[in-house]
Design a protein around this ligand. Structure first.
Ligand code: SAM
Length: 242
C-alpha cells in the first residue's frame, strides 16, 4: 500500500486532506482514484489507513479507516554525530542510518575533518540532506522523518539530554561497543559519535570522554567513516533490540 507523510493537522476526525507535491504524484504518476486505500503517516509515530474520497487538482480528500501507532519506531532515540566527511558521503550515511532507525543526524566540524565548511555554507546544503532523510524515511516506512541538524562544534554541544554517549574511537583497545551497551541496557537517549576520515585527535577524544562519552572500539579493523556510523547504529539497534 502506498505511503505518504502528512502534516499532523491534515487529519481531522475521520477525514484527511492531502495537499502539496504528493497530490500530483498520486493523481498523475500512481494514478490512484477514489476508493483506493493508502497509508498516511503524521511523522509523529501515528499512521492512518485511509480511503481516497476525491482527487482534485490541488488536494485529495480521504476517509480515515484505521489509526495505529507506527510499528517501525521504538521508545528510544539514537542521534548520530558524524564528523563532516568528504563530499558525497553524507548522503549515503544519512540514507543508510535512516533505514537502520536513526532519530537524528548531526554533522560536526572535527579537528581532522578534511572538508572545512562554515555553518552558513553547510546550511545551504541542509535542505538537500533533509530530502535524503525524507525519501529514506518513506522508503523504509519510518514513523518519523529523522532530522538532519546543522553543522556543530562538539566542544560547544550540549550532551546533557543523553543517557548514553558512545564515542567510536579508533585508538580504543579496552571497551567494546557491546560491553558499553550491556552496561546501560535501559538507555533511551543515545548519542553515537563517529570521526571523519582523519579520525579523532587525541585531545578531541579526551575532551569528549571528560564530558561523559564512553570510548568504544568497533572491532580490530578500521572502518571507513561512512561505514562506521551505520555499523555502530546497526550493532546498537541489534543489541538493545530497538
Ligand atoms: N584515521 C584513523 C586511522 O587511520 O586510524 C581512522 C579513522 S576512521 C576512517 C573514521 C572514524 O570511524 C573514526 O574516527 C572512528 O570514529 C570510527 N572507527 C573506524 N574504525 C573504528 C574502530 N575499529 N573502532 C572504533 N571506531 C572506529
Amino acid at each position: 500500500m502506498h505511503r505518504f507523510f502528512i502534516d499532523p493537522h491534515a487529519v481531522c476526525g475521520n477525514e484527511a486532506v492531502l495537499t502539496g507535491e504528493d497530490v500530483q504524484h498520486i493523481a498523475k504518476v500512481l494514478r490512484l482514484r477514489a476508493g483506493d486505500e493508502v497509508t498516511l503517516c503524521d511523522g509523529a509515530k501515528t499512521e492512518y489507513t485511509a480511503r481516497i474520497d476525491s482527487v482534485e487538482k490541488e488536494r485529495i480528500t480521504l476517509r480515515v479507516l484505521e489509526t495505529a501507532a507506527s510499528k517501525t519506531e521504538s521508545s528510544a532515540e539514537i542521534t548520530l554525530y558524524q564528523g563532516l566527511p568528504k563530499a558525497g558521503k553524507l548522503e549515503t550515511i544519512i540514507q543508510k542510518c535512516v533505514e537502520l532507525g536513526i532519530g537524528k543526524v548531526i554533522p560536526f566540524d572535527a579537528e581532522r575533518s578534511v572538508v572545512k565548511l562554515s555553518e552558513k555554507d553547510f546550511a545551504k546544503k541542509q535542505s538537500r540532506y533533509q530530502r535524503v532523510a525524507y525519501e529514506a524515511a518513506k522508503q523504509s516506512r519510518r514513523g518519523i522523518i529523522p532530522e538532519v541538524g546543522g553543522l556543530v562544534k562538539l566542544a560547544k554541544e550540549d550532551f546533557s539530554g543523553f543517557d548514553l554517549i558512545l564515542l567510536a574511537y579508533e585508538e580504543e583497545r579496552g571497551t567494546t561497543l557491546k560491553k558499553a551497551l550491556r552496561a546501560k541496557m535501559d538507555a533511551k537517549r543515545i548519542a553515537l559519535i563517529v570521526g571523519p576520515e582523519g579520525g579523532f585527535a587525541p585531545e578531541e577524544a579526551d575532551m569528549l570522554i571528560q564530558r561523559g562519552a564512553v570510548s568504544v572500539s568497533l572491532g580490530p579493523r578500521i572502518l571507513r567513516t561512512e561505514t562506521a556510523g551505520m555499523a555502530m547504529l546497526a550493532m546498537t539497534v541489534y543489541e538493545l533490540e530497538f
